[in-house]
Design a protein around this ligand. Structure first.
Ligand SMILES: Nc1ncnc2c1ncn2[C@@H]1O[C@H](COP(=O)(O)OP(=O)(O)OP(=O)(O)O)[C@@H](O)[C@H]1O
Length: 243
């Protein structure tokens, strides 16, 4: 058995960016037929390698556009990398991105079951967990309210609560903590600490260095898709702060 929960090996990710603005589908098709669309190759990640040991609390830090969400999407299998590979040992529960896994027309209750199904859990299992989910999210008075009437913080609370009610081997948390208020953030941090104490591996993306220092042991720093530093949180955060 490998001691690593995640191994990222020489991963690169290339996107094709359109160089010129196309104003309509008609214009796009005409240009496409005349082969006049120019693409610019853009590397969101360049030859990135790192390992995350089982049970670690691991942060990914870096400025806007540095490739953090892209690497999370590659680890969770949403994107296939252009080059390199990811070895994953165990189950993974990517934290529902704000709004992405939800149907805003449905109620909180309906969304819990919808998300459970998307994550592959049975209806029976979701019935057992339902009360815990609503209680942790503190949404007892809003069970039958459509999500479109929720604040973004309330949606985030529901997403966090669903993703953490089960104990996956690897949990991914992308910025979502920053949306909740102070009290809820502390509750989330406590739950994350409990989960890592029980063997879950946590991968956290956060712009709050204070939060990273509180929750995580190890980290990497990405800049323009390149790995700038990796190691214990204090060292990586210091290097990041020095720029
Ligand atoms: N589907 C896509 N097509 C083209 N370019 C993309 C795509 N997804 C991301 N990019 C580009 O890749 C780069 C890295 O994006 P990414 O979302 O990984 O950054 P990030 O570090 O998560 O940023 P932030 O801190 O702002 O969330 C950006 O320049 C972005 O424009």
């Amino acid at each position: 058995m490998s001691e690593n929960a995640v191994e990222v090996i020489n991963v690169s990710m290339r996107f094709n960016l359109e160089r010129e603005r196309v104003n309509s589908l008609k214009e796009y098709i005409i240009k496409l037929l005349r082969k006049k669309i120019d693409y610019e190759e853009f590397f969101a990640l360049k030859d990135v390698s790192f390992k995350i040991v089982k049970g670690d609390s691991f942060a990914i830090v870096g400025n806007n556009g540095s490739g953090k969400s892209t690497i999370l999407k590659i680890i969770s299998g949403i994107f296939k990398p252009t080059a390199g590979q990811v070895i994953l040992n165990g189950s993974i529960a990517p934290l529902i991105e704000l709004g992405a896994g939800f149907d805003m027309e449905l109620t909180a209750k309906e969304n819990v079951f919808l998300n459970g199904a998307v994550l592959g859990y049975s209806k029976k299992f979701m019935h057992q967990k339902y009360k815990d989910i609503i209680e942790f999210a503190e949404l007892y008075d809003f069970e039958d309210v459509p999500l479109k009437n929720f604040s973004s913080g309330m949606v985030a609370r529901l997403g966090f609560s669903i993703a953490t009610v089960v104990r996956p081997d690897v949990l991914i948390v992308d910025e979502i903590l920053s949306v909740g208020d102070q009290g809820f953030q502390e509750k989330c941090e406590k739950r994350l600490n409990e989960m890592t104490s029980n063997g879950t591996t946590l991968i956290l993306v956060s712009h709050s260095i204070e939060q990273v220092k509180k929750i995580c042991k190890n980290a990497i720093w990405l800049e323009n898709g390149k790995l700038m530093a990796s190691g214990p949180v204090p060292e990586v955060c210091e290097a990041y702060a020095r720029g």
